[in-house]
Ligand binder design. Structure first.
Ligand code: SIN
Length: 542
């Protein structure tokens, strides 16, 4: 069983002792999917948005590359569908891919209506390409700060909507359930109080869990809190073995591992190993523009071959004026270490970037738990299959955010107006014991996950790591913590157990999941999904 049995809630809970709030629709997460959902709810309905940090801090706001959508006459929906399916390595849900691709241009145009300023070229939206795209179809903003501009526009719109209340610095402890239905959430407020928010419908949009890894592009908020809460509440999770590693994080000792956008390779940057060789030539016909799984693995091989801790991005052959204006923020990040993006070799290596698995949803964003919807990185909609196509994440957040907002609004409108606080509580005793060094456990967890659930995996090593994880879970998950670091560690351990457990179950290599002991894709046995069921049963479903 992964993880070993733990209490249903992170903390003891008695509604008689908590503060209460009521809303029609509750949105957990203030990134692109959460705000799109909130903005889709009818203005006559109350929406509460919970944001773990200031709402400006999210992975969405850090996105550099852009948003994919068919916007030029040379492109077609079918080509975008096919590129997504090829990247997904045989595991995408085609109906979802088609729906998202066809909806993408409308969502981009809605953002423009909201005041988001995308970059233009000769009076038209400027379009770029990234790995796995056969056409230029990615809109971007401020050169390489697309997420910042998109979130600026959406946050302004949400803040000015009278029906939307954003509660910042509020930690989602657990989903509250009654008679197999999600009825709200228990949060810790910025003042340290416990608040139960009861909702007629709840949308989970709390993002991914890449902070499980030491080398990651993700902001500090990405600790899988919503995924873990959904799992504890009994929702199905799926595809947890697929963690996407971005090929190029800036690798300078002492720097944060900032993302160096794939758009650089889209605009023609080369990858070179320590000896100057362009190692992607011969690896894949698309060379540096191959999909991320292929490039990340080729980088690992190049590093091993040259016995060097990184490879290099080279833009010196490109027009330096264009590079400067197209990538101003990345240029500044490099300049902080004396590197000139237009001339110098930029040291890079792969790092955890995007949690492909998550809470299982259908085409309407409904999870397996009544009353709960999910959108964005926290979800597994089937769009990405075994490997996400570049710049398909913000668009998924927009499309499913809108769908969930519409559906949750409709569901809330059909619930009775009078609400009785259900008789739920959790007063089960928690274990006590000596004080734990949480940072020490977190560091150990991150190095274990990097070693055995990274770009290459192996069955024997994973089995040993699962035993180690089981041991850590056995004394951490039974504790009650009063602070965020304890809650986050519990969530990270829960999600790591599900990821590693799922990766052990899938005995083949596909997309982002590469097993040294099963190096081939095996469609006969494995064209199916691995699901994490409540109670810790991880199994493959046809
Ligand atoms: C990037 O700019 O390389 C990241 C975009 C994405 O994750 O799709």
């Amino acid at each position: 069983m992964f993880p070993p049995a733990a209490p249903r809630h992170l903390v003891q809970f008695n509604p008689k002792k908590a503060l209460h709030a009521f809303t029609d629709v509750l949105v957990l997460g203030g990134g692109i999917a959460g705000l799109r959902a909130a903005l889709a709810v009818s203005p006559g309905q109350r929406v509460v948005v919970i944001s773990k940090e200031k709402v400006e801090i999210s992975n969405s706001a850090w996105a550099q590359g852009g948003i994919a959508g068919v916007l030029s006459p040379e492109d077609s929906f079918q080509d975008h569908v096919n590129d997504t399916l090829i990247a997904g390595d045989g595991l995408c849900d085609e109906a979802v891919v088609k729906m998202v691709v066809e909806e993408a241009p409308h969502q981009i145009s809605d953002l423009i209506q909201m005041g988001v300023q995308f970059d233009h070229h000769n009076g038209h939206l400027a379009l770029t390409t990234e790995g796995g795209h056969r056409h230029a179809r990615i809109v971007h903003a401020l050169g390489d700060a697309t997420g910042h501009e998109v979130m600026r526009g959406m946050i302004a719109r949400a803040r000015s909507a009278p029906n939307i209340e954003i509660k910042e610095r509020t930690f989602t402890l657990d989903l509250l359930t009654h008679e197999s239905r999600c009825v709200g959430v228990l949060v810790a407020t910025s003042r340290g109080e416990r608040l139960a928010i009861w909702a007629k419908a709840t949308i989970l949009a709390s993002g991914g869990a890449a902070r499980i890894y030491r080398e990651t592009t993700n902001s500090s908020v990405a600790t899988g809190d919503g995924m873990a809460a959904a799992y504890r509440a009994g929702a199905l999770l799926r595809d947890m073995e697929f963690m996407q590693f971005h090929p190029t994080l800036l690798y300078v000792a002492g720097s944060s591992r900032s993302l160096i956008s794939e758009a650089l390779r889209g605009e023609g940057a080369f990858l070179r190993d320590k000896d100057g060789t362009r190692f992607m030539v011969g690896e894949d016909p698309r060379e540096e523009r191959a999909t991320r799984d292929i490039v990340a693995r080729a980088i690992m091989r190049a590093m091993a071959r040259t016995r060097h801790s990184c490879v290099y991005l080279d833009l010196s052959h490109l027009n330096s004026e264009k590079v400067r204006s197209r990538f101003p923020a990345i240029g500044r990040a490099c300049a902080e270490f004396g590197l000139d993006l237009t001339k110098d070799l930029i040291p890079v290596r792969p790092g955890a970037h995007y949690t492909i698995g998550g809470v299982n949803t259908d085409l309407q964003g409904r999870t397996s738990l009544a009353g709960l919807y999910a959108a964005g990185e926290v979800s597994s909609t089937g769009l990405h299959g075994a490997n996400r196509l570049a710049s398909n994440s913000l668009i998924e957040g927009l499309v499913f955010g809108k769908i969930c907002g519409d559906a949750a609004g409709w569901e809330a409108a059909n619930q009775p107006d009078t609400f009785q606080v259900p008789p739920i509580s959790d007063e089960a005793r928690r274990e006590t014991g000596p004080e734990l060094d949480l940072q020490d456990i977190l560091n150990s967890l991150r190095s274990l996950m990097g070693r055995t659930a990274g770009i290459e995996r192996d069955g024997t090593e994973m089995a040993e790591s699962l035993e180690q994880l089981r041991f850590w879970c056995s004394y951490v998950l039974r504790r009650e913590f009063n602070q965020q670091d304890g809650w986050e560690l519990s969530n990270l351990l829960t999600i790591s157990s599900l990821m590693l457990g799922s990766a052990k179950v899938r005995e083949e290599s596909r997309g982002t999941h590469f097993r040294r002991d099963f190096p081939k894709r095996d469609d006969f046995h494995w064209r199916k999904r691995v699901t994490c069921k409540p109670g810790g049963n991880i199994c493959a479903n046809a």
